[in-house]
Design a binder for this molecule. Structure first.
Ligand SMILES: NC(=O)c1ccc[n+]([C@@H]2O[C@H](COP(=O)([O-])OP(=O)(O)OC[C@H]3O[C@@H](n4cnc5c(N)ncnc54)[C@H](O)[C@@H]3O)[C@@H](O)[C@H]2O)c1
Length: 287
């Protein structure tokens, strides 16, 4: 039975994780960490199926878990959906206490990821960080890599609920980066720069992302998380689109990562390897 701690347990994603974990026969919710939760005592997570909340440790801060961690049923895996600053502290705590970490919080810097790579390489615990736990979105990025060498241009439209504060989304940036990287790995030139010379309303052509791939962000009530990659070539276009209709779409990926993390060495970024989608190197493809 895997003991699971959830950091950011009072948030929208954290609550989904609590629900998802409480429905698994091989997992037990053992700790909830969230300053909001401790203050409002489990509002929104009181009615978790198959979970005795009196046996769950509830604390405001990951450092408060250290003392109870040894006393109560320990966490085997801590899942973090909080804010970037807190997620870095969660990962440090996990590396120091030999507890596996699964992190979905967005906005982690390259510096933080490098620091965590070092921290988990000398820990007995491992960490999986995924910018997107929706398996369909992971597949969309991989399919995009397969298409990029064969098409003559691509633009990305990402669409999210109007409560999202950052733009473009992390998934859109990651998608553009991967399209540009796969072309560079194949020795192909970047796609031609945008030829627009007049833009009376600034921003009409979106923003130039990695590799010059144009990124367009839509924010509207009613939307959840959606992305379309539109490829163009002579006389044709090809679009791939992913739609997440609610936050439960992320849970199969989160549960997959919880079950896989003990088998991954050190820090893993993304779910591709766990899904068997690692990009073949250009050399191995050529053989
Ligand atoms: N990787 C993915 O697939 C994926 C999917 C959706 C959202 N996200 C990301 O997950 C994160 C959370 O999203 P959300 O919609 O649940 O946000 P939210 O605002 O609803 O919840 C965040 C929670 O974190 C808590 N928190 C803040 N500081 C904390 C601390 N020091 N310790 C513990 N908890 C703390 C807050 O009190 C809040 O309850 C965001 O970064 C979001 O971008 C990732």
């Amino acid at each position: 039975m895997l003991g699971i701690g959830v950091v950011g347990a009072g948030g929208k994603m954290g609550r989904q994780v609590c629900l998802a974990v409480s429905g698994q026969s091989d997992m037990q919710l053992v700790a909830l960490v969230d300053p909001r939760l401790a203050a409002s005592v489990l509002s929104g997570v009181e009615s978790l199926p198959d979970t005795d909340l009196s046996a769950v440790t509830v604390v405001e801060d990951i450092d408060q878990l250290a003392a109870s961690h040894r006393a109560a049923k320990p966490c085997d895996v801590v899942v973090d959906f909080s804010v970037a600053q807190a997620a870095v502290r969660t990962m440090r705590w996990c590396a120091d206490n030999d507890v596996h970490a699964v992190v979905g919080t967005s906005g982690l810097s390259e510096e933080s990821l490098s620091e965590m790579s070092v921290a988990f390489s000398s820990s007995r615990a491992n960490c999986i960080v995924a910018p997107n736990f929706a398996i369909g979105a992971v597949l969309m990025m991989r399919v995009g890599e397969l298409l990029a060498p064969h098409m003559e241009g691509a633009e990305i439209v990402e669409l999210h609920h109007d409560g999202k504060l950052d733009a473009p989304s992390g998934t859109a940036i990651a998608s553009a980066t991967r399209l540009a990287q796969v072309r560079a790995q194949r020795g192909l030139s970047p796609w031609p720069a945008d030829r627009t010379t007049s833009e009376p309303i600034p921003g009409s052509r979106g923003a130039a992302g990695p590799g010059g791939v144009r990124l367009h962000s839509v924010r509207l009530p009613g939307l959840v998380a959606h992305q379309e990659i539109i490829f163009g070539a002579q006389g044709q276009s090809l679009s791939i689109r992913h739609d997440a209709y609610d936050r439960s779409s992320f849970m199969p990926g989160v549960l997959l990562a919880i079950r896989a993390v003990s088998q991954r060495g050190g820090l893993t970024v993304g779910l591709d390897g766990i899904l068997g989608l690692d990009s073949p190197s250009p050399q191995s493809e050529a053989l």
